[in-house]
Write a protein that binds this ligand. Structure first.
Ligand SMILES: Cc1ncc(COP(=O)(O)O)c(C=O)c1O
Length: 400
């Protein structure tokens, strides 16, 4: 096995793929190279397919539950990858993180409560808050020369009750959604940044939701710190969202796990989401265990390949996509292209990428404040596809 396996182009059309089959509806044209939704164009690790095929061969697909062997695989993974010693009772399985985020907000807020997020950020964070009748409290990231940081003074302020007089009741932030590593800007938060964040959450007696779905997709030189490993006091108020779906390309199998160390928070969560939360399906559970137990050789090669794609992208931008710039992401397989110097409105930029360059990217503005003038590009694809997309953007730039 080597990284060149990822050069292979897999035809994903007619596989009910959101990325490919869904693109014409999303982008309004079928003549588009899709580089948007965060899944990979790669075939998964062979042991995962083998485990699914074996399970399919059993021929009985009754109700599922999470067995001890799967739970042990999760526990072993968190210990070996992040030095986190997790008790079996802390694990709560769910059918995807977005669904879980909705359920968490539902469980720990009342309509009108504030929930903090740090834009530009993964856009379903916004709808999860809004759909629960809560108020979005933004603490925008600070951008300096293309790299992003947390505005800690802003975070302190965000936790203070809203006494603007605009609302009848001051809305207090009870929850904070942390994206770690951060989609779309690709930051891997340092231990120190996480410690400062944790301190503020503790001081304001809030609950922290730490979405760590990208935790295992890091580039050389960066290390993920699981927020809950920073200390007892933050662990007690953190719900960590974890999943093999980004790392091992299993998003369609809808299997994820929440780690909730505090018994009271866990009990409240289970009680208030009873009937709304279900166990992952039989293939999701099977794939999760196989990925965590046997996926590492594949993952090592994947990281090497993504590192190569990232270098290509950064160099291409630097030499051939002027004035578009990109700061090399520290983690994730998403590039946050700064197109502001094109001086196009968001509508024009969208039309430029879709109609002129014919590439399907995510518009930056959907990620909230600070996203205007940016485009998010998914580079988890065979290099030939990435080259083609960049060349299409290069040609389109000549028309401006
Ligand atoms: C930060 C983050 N959380 C959650 C998800 C989606 O998770 P799921 O497919 O398990 O709902 C994504 C997908 O891109 C993501 O980037």
């Amino acid at each position: 096995m080597d990284a060149r396996q990822f050069d292979r182009v897999v035809d994903r059309m007619q596989s009910d793929s959101a990325q490919w089959d869904g693109a014409p509806a999303i982008f309004g044209t079928s003549d588009i190279l899709p580089m948007w939704v965060a899944d990979m164009d790669f075939e998964v690790a062979a042991p995962i397919t083998e485990a699914i095929v074996k399970r399919a061969g059993h021929g009985v697909y009754g109700y599922t539950f999470e067995g001890d062997s799967l739970k042990q695989a999760v526990i072993d993974r968190l210990r070996t990858k992040f030095g986190w010693h997790v008790d079996r009772s802390w694990l709560v399985f769910s059918t995807g993180i977005v669904h879980a985020l909705h359920m968490i907000i539902r469980a720990f807020t009342s309509p009108g409560d504030g929930v903090i997020l740090q834009p530009p950020v993964y856009y379903p964070f916004f709808s999860a808050i809004r759909n629960n009748g809560c108020k979005i409290i933004e603490n925008p990231l600070i951008e300096r020369n293309g790299t992003y940081g947390i505005d800690f003074a802003g975070l302190e302020r965000a936790f203070k009750p809203d006494d603007s007089g605009l609302r009848p009741e001051p809305s207090r932030a009870r929850l904070m959604l942390l994206c770690s590593p951060h989609n779309p800007v690709g930051r891997v938060w340092t231990r120190e940044e996480l410690e400062r964040t944790a301190r503020i959450v503790i001081d304001h007696d809030a609950v922290l939701v730490s979405d760590e779905i990208h935790a295992e997709l890091l580039f050389c030189g960066h290390t993920h710190t699981a927020t809950a490993t920073l200390g007892e006091d933050i662990a007690r108020r953190t719900i960590t969202c974890f999943s093999p779906s980004k790392t091992f390309n299993l998003a369609g199998l809808k299997a994820s796990v929440l780690i909730i160390p505090d018994p009271r928070i866990r009990a409240v969560f289970k009680e208030r989401t009873a009937g709304f939360l279900s166990t992952p399906n039989v293939y999701g559970l099977t794939a999760m265990e196989a990925a965590f137990r046997h996926g590492d050789p594949w993952l090592r090669e994947l990281r090497t390949y993504l590192e190569g794609n990232r270098s290509l992208l950064v160099e291409f931008c630097r030499t051939r996509l002027e004035p578009i710039t990109v700061c090399p992401p520290q983690g994730t397989y998403l590039a946050w292209l700064d197109c502001r110097r094109l001086k196009l409105s968001d509508r024009e930029l969208r039309a430029f990428m879709r109609r002129t360059a014919k590439v399907g990217l995510d518009d930056g503005y959907v990620f909230g404040s600070g996203g205007s003038g940016f485009q998010r590009l998914n580079f988890a694809c065979p290099r030939s596809k990435l080259e083609r997309a960049l060349e299409q953007i290069e040609s389109a730039l000549k028309t401006l």
